[in-house]
Every structure is written in C-alpha cells, then in structure tokens.
Design a protein around this ligand. Structure first.
Ligand SMILES: Nc1ncnc2c1ncn2[C@@H]1O[C@H](COP(=O)(O)OP(=O)(O)OP(=O)(O)O)[C@@H](O)[C@H]1O
Ligand SMILES: [Mg+2]
Length: 235
C-alpha cells in the first residue's frame, strides 16, 4: 500500500537519502531502525511532503505522492506524527487534537466520532482536555501527539521515535498502544532507536545507516541478527 522506490533526498549539497526502497503492506507494522542522523526522519518528511525527493517515487495506494502538498497527503490518509511531538504548548489538549482533524473540518460529526475514539484509547487526554498541552508529562504529550495524528483518520501512520525521552514503564505503555492501533487496522511505519521493544510489535523491519537501507527482514530474523543485536540491542 505504501512503497518508496529509490528515493533520494538532499539538504543543499548534503545527500541525506540514497536510493531508499522500502514498503509496507496494508495492516503491517514496519519498523525503521537507525542511529542518530541515519535518515529516519528524512524518510518520513519526504513521505509526508515536507521535503521534496530529489529522485525516486513514493506510491501510496495508486497515487504518486512526490509533488503532492502535505495537506493533500494527510487527506489521502497518510499521517505523520513527528519526532519531538510538535504540540502547541499554550493551546489546550482538545485544541491540539482538533488541529489534527483540519482536513476533515467540514465533517463535524465524523470529527466528534474520531475524538471519542481517541479519548477511548487515551482516557487521560479526556481528563486533561482543557489544560495546556505544554503542562502534560512527556508520556501524555506523546499520547496527545499520536491522538492528534489519529484525528486525521490515517490509513497509514508514520510514528517518529514515539518512545524518545520516556521512562521505561511509559515506553511499554506506548508500544502497547501502538500495537493496538495497528491491530485495529492502521498500517504503521515506526522509526525507533528502541530496537528491542519496536521489533517485538513489528512484522518486518529495515535498518538504515547513513541514508542507505543496509538490512531488511522479518521480526524474528532481525531480533536474532548479530549485527542488529550488537548495534541496537546491546546483547
Ligand atoms: N534540515 C536539514 N538540513 C541539513 N541537514 C539535515 C537537515 N535535517 C537533517 N539533516 C541531516 O540529514 C541526516 C539525516 O538526518 P535525520 O534527521 O533524517 O536522521 P534520523 O535518523 O532521524 O536521526 P535521529 O535519530 O537523530 O532523529 C543527518 O546527517 C542530519 O544532520
Ligand atoms: Mg529523527
């Protein structure tokens, strides 16, 4: 359903992505592993239209995404939950969530229904809906960022390092919730450095180093791969 074919991206004269080819089938949870600066976020920014690929193709269903505007890509059903949450800290939780439904704003009943689903998944966000997003804990802010992405009603969700900076117990809850979102039918592409936890809920994974895909395989294959264990799991 989602397929990058030989995608390259440059920032000025620096080439951040070299012929990246990855795909996710409908209903899959695919993990993108890579250390700092490997190019994980660059892949997501290119998919969501915030960076323009220098070459290559990005297909989402029957559609070519290269050249489409970010808002069109959200309306197509591909939604990006960015690294670092990117909430509006002074706005209420509810307002932040509602912004995620911008492309559906004419469908107020649909938006209300999706909001109920998001509150069902994250009851704490309902409790805190009127407080400024900036006053939430790190884990709650990540929930709000995922909730905002879900308000866009994604068919496919790009999650960029959702566990970053969270306490271990909260990380576990976060991965449980991501697995639930996937089981409910949303295709998920998950960029993570927390390889063990991410692989545990994944169907397949890719490893990216210096802008190149260097390894790909099924969950168990990568969990048992010596190179992956050494670089990303520390065992
Ligand atoms: N806006 C930019 N301008 C110039 N170089 C950039 C820009 N954004 C990223 N880069 C460079 O592109 C490379 C890939 O960065 P990217 O953010 O995609 O990596 P990442 O895998 O997401 O890393 P991290 O785990 O730290 O988030 C890095 O060398 C980074 O310094
Ligand atoms: Mg990143």
């Amino acid at each position: 359903m989602l397929r990058l074919d030989k995608v390259s991206l440059s920032y000025g004269s620096f080439r951040a992505l070299h012929d990246v080819s990855i795909h996710a089938d409908e209903g899959e949870l695919v993990v993108l592993l890579g250390s700092n600066g490997a190019g994980k976020s660059s892949i997501f920014l290119t998919m969501s239209g915030l960076q323009r690929a220098a070459s290559g193709s990005i297909r989402f269903g029957a559609r070519e995404l290269v050249g489409r505007k970010p808002s069109q890509i959200v309306a197509d059903g591909l939604v990006h939950c960015p690294e670092g949450r990117k909430l509006f800290p002074g706005m209420s939780v509810l307002k932040n969530l509602t912004l995620g439904a911008y492309v559906h704003r004419r469908d107020s009943r649909g938006v209300a229904r999706t909001l109920d689903e998001v509150f069902g998944l994250f009851p704490i966000l309902h409790e805190k809906k009127d407080v400024p997003a900036g006053s939430l804990s790190g884990g709650q802010q990540q929930m709000a960022a995922i909730g905002r992405a879900l308000m866009g009603r994604p068919k496919a969700l790009l999650l960029d390092e959702p566990s970053l900076g969270l306490a271990p117990l909260v990380v576990k809850q976060m991965f449980d919730i991501i697995a639930r979102i996937n089981r409910a039918g949303t295709t998920v592409l998950l960029a993570e450095q927390n390889a063990y936890a991410a692989l545990n809920i994944a169907s397949r994974a890719y490893v990216i180093e210096q802008g190149r895909i260097v390894l790909e395989g099924g969950r168990d294959e990568l969990l048992n791969n010596a190179q992956v264990r050494k670089a990303y799991i520390g065992a």
